[in-house]
Design a protein. Sequence first.
Length: 171
Amino acid sequence: MKVRVSRIRTAATAFGPFLVFAVLVGITHAQNPVKATSKIPSPELIGELTKQLSVTPAQAKGGAGALFGLAKSHLSTADFGKIAAVVPGMNGFLKAAPSAASPAGGLPGIASVAGALPGGTSGLASTTQSFQKLGLSPEMVGKFVPVLTQFVQSKGGAGVASLLSGALGGG
């Protein structure tokens, strides 16, 4: 009987930490399903854009992604992180944005001068090009901004919305 109890204790000692680890990993995955879907752009935001602006879901994703990309380029990592934290699927939006050619037809010297102009002319020009690739007029850039800002404010408050608005030239 002593030998059997000894073997059970040895087995429990050897496998106990593994069992605890496995249970903890399972609980963590069960409580955090967002990681698996973090690349899927927010259906709520896409719905707002399509409803308010009469655009397709692909145009909504790409246009939002282009503007979020512009904001990301103008903000510190910490500040953009605050925006990304309240927009589900931020990576999906950023990936949906069409790449735009550099301003001034790809001439690096001209592009750097345009980027140094007040008001971020370079960023707005590339965003306009992204919108045109999506089949959207340049005027739609100005229509997307308030919808995005309102969404961010509803999810993260006025401070986070102010970061986005400032990065997009609206404040």
